[in-house]
Design a protein around this ligand. Structure first.
Ligand SMILES: [Zn+2]
Length: 199
């Protein structure tokens, strides 16, 4: 536990939250006090929950005001967990710097890239600040006539109302029927990408 900022990242369904919870448990095994936070626009629950249904109590923070975290901290806190960090705004890196400056370790999990495979919100900055980075991968579930691809997936496919996304679509959608799936680079499709083919 020598690292100060440890970022856990990757695509969706890669096990980021499970890894974050494990890191928190390690701190607790060592007798350290840990607090967990998540952004309030992740309305799934007031707990951090992984896809296996394991839970951890987490305090919800307004995603536009990550500095709210400060009011929960004190000398007895040794480590902070932050889940779904990609939803916080550009102020999160400075908030993390203040927490670290006060001698508290930060474990942070966040989606590395958006549906276009472009850095998501504050994640590129946070990855640049990290003392340790764990990148996790999922399995590509692209299905061709009943045969699953099975390659390592580093990307997240988003379908909106059953249609492939367009490069210009908003990164965060409200009220649409979305579905997500892990994809390898070969099977990640975004329409209208601004990169032209040369031949
Ligand atoms: Zn694939």
């Amino acid at each position: 536990m020598s690292e100060r900022l440890h970022v856990v990242t990757g695509c969706m369904f890669a096990g980021k939250t499970t890894e974050l919870m494990l890191l928190g448990k390690r701190e607790e095994f060592a007798g350290n006090n840990v607090m967990a936070f998540k952004p309030s626009n992740d309305t799934r629950s007031k707990e951090i929950m992984n896809h296996n249904g394991e839970r951890l109590q987490a305090i919800q923070i307004d995603f536009q005001q990550p500095e709210q975290i400060f009011s929960y901290l004190g000398e007895r806190i040794s480590a902070v967990l932050i889940d779904e960090a990609q939803f916080f705004g550009s102020d999160l890196p400075n908030v993390v710097k203040v927490i670290l400056r006060n001698g508290i370790r930060v474990y942070l999990a966040g989606l590395q890239n958006d549906f276009r495979h472009v850095g998501f919100g504050p994640m590129p900055t946070l990855l640049g600040m990290a003392d340790k980075i764990t990148v996790l991968y999922a399995v590509c579930t692209y299905d061709s006539d009943g045969k699953i691809c099975g390659m390592e997936a580093s990307r997240t496919k988003r379908l909106i109302n059953g249609k492939y996304p367009s490069w210009d679509d908003p990164v965060i959608l409200i009220g649409a029927s979305e579905s997500y799936a892990p994809r390898c680079a070969n099977h990640h499709i975004v329409l209208n990408a601004p990169y032209k083919k040369l031949w």
